[in-house]
Write a protein that binds this ligand. Structure first.
Ligand SMILES: Nc1nc2c(ncn2[C@@H]2O[C@H](COP(=O)(O)OP(=O)(O)OP(=O)(O)O)[C@@H](O)[C@H]2O)c(=O)[nH]1
Ligand SMILES: [Mg+2]
Length: 390
């Protein structure tokens, strides 16, 4: 019998990448701790993670953003003049815009305008996989939209889909605020059910007496990579912001042959949209139940200190700022001079001697090279034991 092969042809049409220009204002010394260049670097990473390419950057030194158009008139003209040459289809602003600023900017530039908060929400919506994650992102998006329902969404639809327009149902948004409010109410109820379920799950876990360590940190610092290295798990780790949204828990063998449960969760970022932290309460509550926190820092980042400060602020906001903590200064390999051959011992000695960092429960590691992991586990075990005694 002859076998017939049927060749199915699929035509793949890759969506055309949106081209974005990034805009920030530099309001002077108050903001010096996070210079505008670094802020724009981060905004660029966010934009790329959302799937657009960056074709230009603009920043303006002003004491206060303009109430009507965020940047001043002259800068706005400059941005408009760039349009033809750069061919941008999207402008991303580094701060949250008011509905008025957004509409004025859209009218002046005739392209899609989004702000940092919308960009972060868009990435969250792309990366959410579990029902819990999706519900929480939908809630945060609806809350972001509610005060902005001034008709600009129909305008946005005319400008095409893509970043910032993925939302909890554009048709609803068009209809009216009441529908969005109803949907917020529904989402909250559904999330409440998830919370209760999680609460029960945690209760069982607590009864089992296995200690729980929660990884926290700025986005892209290597939390998932470190958990993979510690547990030989296979969690997605990539050079993208917010690669992880849904919590993952793994069993890790400790030096005393005991077991600890370590959970990896969503990373933090500066200027997180305010609604996002509250919408992610169900996920973030996992952190409250942990015995200790493992704060993962990207020690190779020029903004490591500022990132730590942001993490501290969010931990305070979640009322877990005083939980016992181990700090892992990660990615030390990325700081080494490559003309020398390094190994675990020489690299860690080098950092311990050169930085003279003497903070308690702070260790140098490289998740990529698997350096410092035993020391990290011992530090965690010691802290767990101390915590148990109290
Ligand atoms: N050089 C170097 N790169 C690392 C190290 N650890 C992680 N990375 C890289 O850093 C990037 C982010 O790693 P992830 O593990 O996804 O970081 P994360 O903190 O889980 O990030 P999100 O889930 O997106 O918040 C990836 O490209 C990793 O390969 C390290 O020790 N050294
Ligand atoms: Mg991750």
């Amino acid at each position: 019998m002859r076998t017939r092969f049927i060749v199915k042809e699929t035509i793949k049409t890759a969506p055309v990448a949106e081209k974005a220009v990034l805009v920030a204002v530099d309001t002077g010394p108050k903001q010096r701790s996070w210079p505008v260049k670094e802020s724009l670097d981060e905004l660029e990473q966010l934009t790329r993670t959302a799937g657009a390419s960056v074709v230009g950057r603009i920043s303006q030194q002003i004491s206060q953003p303009s109430k009507s158009s965020y940047i001043g008139k002259g800068k706005l003209e400059e941005l408009k003049a760039m349009k033809e040459e750069a061919g941008y289809t999207l402008v991303v602003f580094d701060d949250e815009l008011t509905a008025l600023q957004q509409r004025n900017l859209e009218n002046a530039l005739e392209v899609k305008i989004i702000d940092r908060a919308a960009l972060i929400l868009d990435i969250f919506s792309k990366h959410a996989r579990t029902r819990e994650g999706i519900l929480q992102v939908n809630l945060a998006q609806s809350e972001y939209l509610l005060p902005r329902l001034a008709g600009q969404w129909s305008h946005l639809e005319r400008l095409g889909g893509g970043i910032g327009t993925r939302g909890p149902g554009e048709s609803q948004i068009e209809t009216d605020r009441r529908l969005v409010k109803q949907s917020i109410g529904r989402l909250k109820k559904q999330i409440e059910k998830v919370r209760k379920h999680r609460h029960l799950h945690r209760k069982h876990r607590r009864q089992s007496g296995v200690p729980v360590v929660a990884l926290v940190g700025y986005t892209n610092t290597g939390k998932s990579s470190l958990l993979n290295a510690l547990s030989k798990a296979n969690i997605l780790a990539e050079d993208k912001l917010f690669a992880t949204l849904d919590p993952t828990t793994r069993r890790v063998k400790m030096p005393d042959k005991g077991i600890a449960l370590m959970s990896d969760t969503v990373g933090f970022i500066r200027k997180l949209p305010p609604g996002l932290v509250s919408a992610f309460r169900a996920t973030l509550e996992e952190l409250k139940e942990a015995d200790i926190l493992l704060h993962v820092v990207d020690f190779s980042s020029p903004t490591a200190a500022d990132q730590c400060q942001t993490v501290e602020q969010i931990l305070e906001q979640l009322e877990i700022g005083d939980k016992p903590r181990v700090t892992a200064l990660n990615k030390i390999d990325a700081l080494l001079d490559l003309t020398t051959e390094w190994n675990e011992v020489s690299a860690i000695n080098f950092f311990e001697n050169s930085t003279q960092l003497r903070y308690p429960n702070t260790v140098f590691v490289s998740a990529e090279k698997m350096w410092g992991l035993d020391n990290l586990k011992e530090t965690i075990a010691r802290l767990l034991e101390e915590h148990n005694d109290t």
